[in-house]
Design a protein around this ligand. Structure first.
Ligand SMILES: [Zn+2]
Ligand SMILES: [Zn+2]
Length: 359
């Protein structure tokens, strides 16, 4: 079928709305009618660092299964699904060792399914949800309950998975521990929610925008610091009686903020890198104190979640009020609006903008 899609033709260009051709799903694939797709920081970042162009953008999505391949058994037409952009292989050493979050062989479709100008098109993160239909590998469609709004469910697929996952699955925050979150956009606010769900003690949010900090407080931060007005390191030191924080999450992707995060760590504390730095960026720090203070730096992608277990769980948490998403979805737009938004993302405020595909 011929459908519209947002395509990045080359690095540094503004993505544009084009017509693409979608092939039917193979035997181990699923055709999903996309209901909603969030615009994530990574979609914007792709304009600078996509590995291959041209590429169809979008990865944070939810929709309804339209058709399944002959060997697909875990879902059927009509199911509501969240798109999982890390479909695991289940057969590599890490999968077999029980660390599917570290799968060495993330799955794409068996053959290209999206074509543009008669050529196969790259698909962002095995998803490409800036389009009303996607074909994904079977594991890329994770069924969730049907009574959750699909606009909210789209957020589960990246902002919630990454943020709540970072807090609960990557960092294993324990009750009473102190948590610092540097950067309170869609992902950072969900780290705060994860910390709240883990019964953290102090949850300290750092940002430069008062409206985001107000939302951080609403979602569970016990303390907020506007780093334009106050020195965040001095503030964290005071708030923790000089001990520092057991967990610091850097969401922005700036080495300067990572260094600041390292300086905030308690003995044995862990800095979790969630924000994507530039490919050439370097982080320098003094290893002596880091060694003797027994600290840890770790990377985090997709919150180290188990998508088939955690995405439906997050849907349940939203529906029973434990996870708050309503305030995160600040704008809904149409697919035609996306090129203008991506051309000037700084002009477009709010936390999360979601594209909806309703007729
Ligand atoms: Zn994302
Ligand atoms: Zn694997």
């Amino acid at each position: 079928m011929n459908i519209p899609g947002i395509i990045l033709a080359g690095l540094g260009q503004v993505p544009r709305l084009e017509t693409v051709t979608l092939q039917p799903p193979g035997p181990d694939e699923v055709l999903v009618r996309v209901a909603a797709s969030g615009i994530c920081h990574t979609d914007i970042g792709y304009m600078q660092y996509a590995r291959a162009c041209p590429v169809i953008l979008g990865h944070e999505g939810a929709g309804v299964v339209e058709q399944v391949g002959a060997r697909v058994t875990h879902t059927q037409p009509g199911d509501h699904v969240v798109i999982n952009w890390q479909p695991k292989c289940g057969r590599c050493r890490r999968c077999l060792a029980g660390r599917r979050d570290l799968c060495e062989n993330i799955q794409g479709t068996a053959a290209p399914r999206v074509f543009w100008r008669d050529e196969p098109l790259n698909v962002m993160l095995n998803a490409g949800t800036f389009s009303p239909y996607v074909v994904v590998p079977a594991e890329g469609a994770v069924p969730i309950r049907r009574d959750m709004s699909l606009e909210k469910a789209a957020l589960l697929g990246c902002a919630v998975a990454t943020g709540v996952g970072a807090a609960l699955r990557t960092s294993h925050i324990q009750p009473g521990e102190t948590v610092v979150v540097i950067g309170t956009g869609g992902v950072g606010l969900n780290v705060i929610q994860g910390a709240r769900l883990a019964l953290a003690g102090r949850i300290i949010a750092i940002d430069i925008a008062d409206e985001r900090l107000a939302l951080a407080r609403k979602l569970g931060a016990t303390d907020v610091i506007n780093s334009r007005e106050l020195d965040p390191l001095a503030q964290v030191t005071t708030l923790t009686d000089g001990r520092g924080a057991e967990h610091v999450f850097e969401i922005v992707g700036q080495p300067r903020l990572m260094q600041q995060g390292l300086a905030m760590l308690a003995r044995g504390g862990t800095l979790t890198l969630v924000g994507a730095a530039g490919r050439e960026d370097e982080l320098t720090f003094l290893p002596r104190g880091f060694m003797s203070r027994q600290q840890v730096i770790q990377g985090c992608i997709f919150g180290n979640i188990q998508p088939e277990i955690d995405l439906p769980l997050f849907a349940d948490w939203y529906m029973d009020g434990r996870l708050q998403l309503d305030d995160l979805l600040t704008h809904t737009v149409r697919l035609d609006d996306v090129p203008a938004i991506l051309a000037e993302p700084q002009q477009h405020g709010g936390i999360r903008t979601v594209i909806t595909f309703k007729d």
